[in-house]
Design a protein around this ligand. Structure first.
Ligand SMILES: *Cc1c(COP(=O)(O)O)cnc(C)c1O
Length: 373
C-alpha cells in the first residue's frame, strides 16, 4: 500500500453532502460544491454531484480543466477572481465566474464574444472580510456596466466571510446582502439568479431558523468534506468527520531517554516541542513532513503527542509501545492539512466506498450549533 496517502470514504462523503444539501434546500438555499481542497478530483467531485449539489465551484483554473478533461459537464463557477491573463481559458471551461475588477470583466466579455458564448458574471461584494470584493457603494454602477456589456450576463452577487478577517456571517450582514441584491435589481431589472451568501462559515446562520431573505446559494467545501464548522471547529451534528483520513508509515521507533539540548534557531520549530517530558516517551518517526501536509492540522490519535516535524519527518511521542517499524498511523485532518495533502505530489489517494450508517450526531455540545432542520 502506498503511503503516505489520503483515504477517502466516498459513502461518508456522499452522506455529508446529502445531509447539508437537504438541510439547506429546506431553507430555500442551494449548495454549490467547492472542489478546491480536493484539487478538482473528478471522482470526489462526482460524489458531490451525486449528493445533490447544484453545481461546482473552483478557485483554480487548472483544477477546472482537470474536471472537464475527466468529462464532468455540470456548471462550474470560478470563485477566485479570474487572472486577466486567463480570460480565454476561463470562458472556455467555466459557465460563470466571481468578479471584482471591471478590466477583467471586459476581457472575459471579449473572450466570450470571440468564442461565441455568453459568460456569467457574479459580482463579489466586500462585506468586512477584507479579502476580495467590490465595496457596496460601487456595486450598482458596476452591475449596470455588466448588464450593458455584450458577451457577459450578470447572474448574481455574492459575499465571502471568515476567510481573511474574522468577520462571521450573521443576520445583520446577510440582511445587508439581501438589500444590496434588491438595490441592484432596482437599477438593472430582475437579473440576479444567484445571491450567494458565503461559505461553510454561513451554516450556523443558514440553519438557525431566521429569514434567509434573498440568499439562495452557499458555496460549501469544508463542511461537506470534513463535517466541521470552520469557525468553531466543532462537528456538525449528523455528519462524518472522517470521510478523509491521512495514513503515514512508521520508519523508526526508539526510546530517547536523554532530553536533547534545545537551541532552535527558528521560534516556530521551538513551539512544536509539546511533550512535557520527552525523556520518558517512546518516539515514533513517520515518513511524512511539512512538504506533505500541515502537520499542525493533524489530530494526534489517543495516546500520542506531537513532538515535532521537519520537511520529511514527523516525530510523535506514544504510549503504544506495540507500534513497530512498518506500521501505519491514521490521522484526521483539518482543512489546511487536507488541502495540502491533496496537493502534495508524494501523498497518494485511495478511494473507498463502504456503506456505513453514520452516528446521528456529535456531542450534545456541538449539536447546538447546527441542529437538524
Ligand atoms: C474556499 C472558498 C469557499 C469555500 O469555503 P469553505 O469554508 O471550504 O466552505 C467559498 N467561497 C470562496 C470565495 C472561497 O474562496
Amino acid at each position: 500500500m502506498n503511503s503516505p496517502r489520503v483515504e477517502v470514504d466516498l459513502s461518508k462523503l456522499r452522506h455529508n453532502i446529502r445531509t447539508i444539501v437537504g438541510r439547506l434546500n429546506a431553507r430555500g438555499i442551494s449548495v454549490t460544491g467547492v472542489t478546491k481542497a480536493i484539487c478538482g478530483h473528478p471522482i470526489i467531485a462526482r460524489a458531490m454531484l451525486d449528493g445533490g449539489v447544484a453545481g461546482l465551484a473552483e478557485a483554480r483554473l487548472h483544477n477546472v480543466q482537470r474536471l472537464r478533461k475527466a468529462g464532468v459537464i455540470c456548471p462550474i463557477t470560478l470563485i477566485r477572481t479570474p487572472m486577466l491573463s486567463q480570460a480565454d481559458d476561463v470562458v472556455q471551461v467555466c459557465e460563470a465566474s466571481y468578479n471584482t475588477e471591471t478590466s477583467v470583466i471586459v476581457a472575459l466579455a471579449a473572450a466570450a464574444i470571440r468564442q461565441n458564448r455568453v459568460h456569467g458574471i457574479i459580482l463579489m461584494v466586500e462585506m468586512g472580510d477584507q479579502r476580495e470584493g467590490i465595496v457596496p457603494q460601487d456595486l450598482g454602477d458596476i452591475a449596470l456596466q455588466v448588464v450593458d456589456m455584450p458577451g457577459v450576463a450578470l447572474k448574481g452577487i455574492g459575499a465571502n466571510f471568515a476567510c481573511l478577517s474574522g468577520v462571521a456571517p450573521n443576520a445583520a450582514n446577510m440582511e445587508t446582502l439581501s438589500a444590496l441584491a434588491n438595490n441592484v435589481e432596482r437599477q438593472c431589472g430582475p437579473v440576479l439568479q444567484t445571491v450567494s451568501g458565503g461559505n461553510s462559515a454561513n451554516l450556523p446562520w443558514a440553519l438557525a431558523g431566521h429569514a434567509t431573505g434573498r440568499i439562495n446559494d452557499l458555496r460549501i467545501g469544508e463542511a461537506i468534506l470534513l463535517g466541521s464548522d470552520p469557525i468553531s471547529g466543532d462537528q456538525i451534528g449528523g455528519m462524518f468527520r472522517d470521510a478523509f483520513t491521512l495514513v503515514a508509515e512508521i520508519i523508526e521507533t526508539d526510546v530517547k531517554s536523554v532530553r536533547p539540548s534545545l537551541s532552535f534557531a527558528d521560534a516556530t520549530l521551538a513551539k512544536l516541542c509539546l511533550v512535557p517530558n520527552p525523556g520518558e516517551t517512546t518516539r515514533l518517526i513517520l515518513a511524512i513532513g511539512h512538504q506533505d501536509t500541515d502537520i499542525l492540522g493533524l489530530s494526534m490519535p489517543d495516546g500520542n503527542v506531537l513532538i515535532g516535524a521537519t520537511s520529511d519527518h514527523l516525530v510523535i511521542g506514544t504510549q503504544h509501545a506495540a507500534l513497530r517499524v512498518g506500521s501505519e498511523m491514521r490521522f484526521q485532518m483539518n482543512y489546511s492539512a487536507l488541502m495540502r495533502a491533496m496537493a502534495a505530489p508524494d501523498v497518494g489517494l485511495k478511494l473507498l466506498r463502504h456503506d456505513i450508517t453514520p452516528h446521528r450526531s456529535g456531542t450534545p455540545d456541538t449539536d447546538k450549533h447546527l441542529a437538524l432542520v
